[in-house]
Design a protein around this ligand. Sequence first.
Ligand SMILES: Cc1cc2nc3c(=O)[nH]c(=O)nc-3n(C[C@H](O)[C@H](O)[C@H](O)COP(=O)(O)O)c2cc1C
Length: 190
Amino acid sequence: MNNDVKLIDYLRGRHSTPVAQIKGPGPETAELEEILTSAVRVPDHGKIAPWRLVVYRGDICASLGEAFLEIASAQNGEMTEAAKEAERVRFTRAPLIVGVISRAAPHAKIPEWEQVLSAGAVCLNLLMACEARGYVANWRTEWVAYDEKALKALGIKEGEKVAGFIHIGSSDFPTPDRPRPQLSDILTYA
Ligand SMILES: Cc1cc2nc3c(=O)[nH]c(=O)nc-3n(C[C@H](O)[C@H](O)[C@H](O)COP(=O)(O)O)c2cc1C
């Protein structure tokens, strides 16, 4: 997002950038932490922060790719070279990835569902906080968010769930929009 774009104009056209289009640079640590500080300013019933963030970047991303490949080949048997490469680069396609991890759990007062929703809010807010600083982003999960062994390699603890792996970087060409639902198809006035 251009810095002088009004929020109302941004929201009218907000959209993601496909991962294949995301290149460097990504934000360095100081700017990233400003982005993340904004991103977690979300509605959170009970103020319990039922989420946490994990930054994946640098050498760890290539190592994770090797781990994904090992897990996938043990589960799928013979893989094509293209499929192997897809695993190797899964976490190196963007300069960095932020895992938004839901820690939703039974709570005396706060329904677990609402805790999950709050993690979704962090994901969307993170997309927008990246754009506000001139970066682009894409909210992915992919199989690694649902596989026990992959989750272990990713440092996700038992009981936690991945709300999103937000791929962050830059892009130098515009993304065409995708079809959007017609308001009339999803809106009723009670
Ligand atoms: C929870 C969640 C998980 C997603 N995971 C994937 C995924 O694994 N692979 C994929 O191609 N798109 C995935 N998407 C969709 C991408 O984020 C897609 O680019 C996005 O829906 C584009 O919409 P936008 O332009 O309105 O942001 C996911 C979306 C959500 C909300």
